[in-house]
Design a protein around this ligand. Sequence first.
Ligand code: CTP
Length: 420
Amino acid sequence: MSKKKIILGIAGGIAAYKTPDLIRRLKARDADVQVVTTRSASHFVTATTLQAVSGRPVRENLWDSEAEAAMGHIELARWADLVLIAPATAEILSRLAVGGAPDLLTTLCLATEAPVVLVPAMNRVMWQHPAVAANCRTLLQRGVRLLGPATGNQACGEVGPGRMLEPAEIVAELMQEAEAPSPSDKPREQSLLGMTVMVTAGPTREAIDPVRYISNRSSGKMGYALAAAARDAGATVRLVSGPVNLPAPENVTVISAESAKDMFGAVHEHLEDVNIFISAAAIADYRAAAISNDKIKKAGEGMSLELVRSPDVLASVARLNDRPFTVGFAAETGNLREHALGKLEQKKINMIVANLVGADRGFDRDDNTVDVFWQGGEQSFPRMDKADLADKLIALIAERYQENIGADTVAELPTIRHDT
Ligand code: CTP
């Protein structure tokens, strides 16, 4: 960061109050910081403070003849090694996405050849709005980099994705980038930007007594790979996981659940704001009618255990009025297509991912082959590594999700009357 010339753009969001700290941290790394604010930023942080910490007069107005005489806006755009905008509000994302230049900051972004890094900050509903997500996708495709946002308490009193990264985190991200440039890494398609995705994964354990349980062979690998792929596609991810031997994927919120009942509770408790629900867990359909408090002692040559049905988590989510886009899994030993289509219909879900399981197939392997079905369509994926398969499934889910949203929107559009 040493001697880097950074234009710090500050837009009008409450997180602007953190920018003096950000400037201080950039300057501590020996960066030269020129602050450029939008007009509304001054509602949240004063030019006097910003000038005091940056050591340079703050620029705001494209028509400030004195400042322009000292260093014109094109000169300033050429001067910068990096344009960093924090906080980047929904408004600034929109202006940059369409290439508008109504003020100094947006003009600089068009006139510079330096990398542009945006640090979004806004209310969680705004961040998840399809218009904001579309603007972000446009900007990412053009090579603009986004840092964050984080999930947590918001100034408006709500909790969710949209918080600006802390100044220390922003500087750490910039440092990491500077130290390990990877120009060959193509940015992934951020097809789920702004979305919240919940994935269930792994088996469940249904207790019989304090030492025994009923479970299945699911390893959780597919669900964990899907959670990581959804995160890489830009989503905020909640992973409800049964007992597995896998490391928690980075930047994914993991919620542990043991039994089908636990999983039902955990899913419904954390379902708020979820746009897409992917049910990859192998959830037990039955549990012991009664769990013995003491270890059951053997007696006689045989024994039987009474089992009762557990709640169907996926079907319960699909039944909600305000349901997310729902994706189920079907693990079958035969008649794959017939069973999968039956489950799609019966559970009233949007998509089903079906695979054959058995000796040497499906469970506890690093690869898999699946067929995906939805109303009016299907797609097969040949055998491949579960991580690659997860990327492809997430891309397909994102595409189907967008089409579904599109269909809803079209249905809600008012009809236009042409009076003749
Ligand atoms: N599922 C669920 N809750 C359950 C059981 C299953 O949410 N109690 C979900 C799984 O996560 C998966 C799908 O439902 O997405 C599987 O459908 P299901 O018909 O229950 O499959 P099986 O449990 O294998 O049922 P069957 O033995 O009847 O084939």
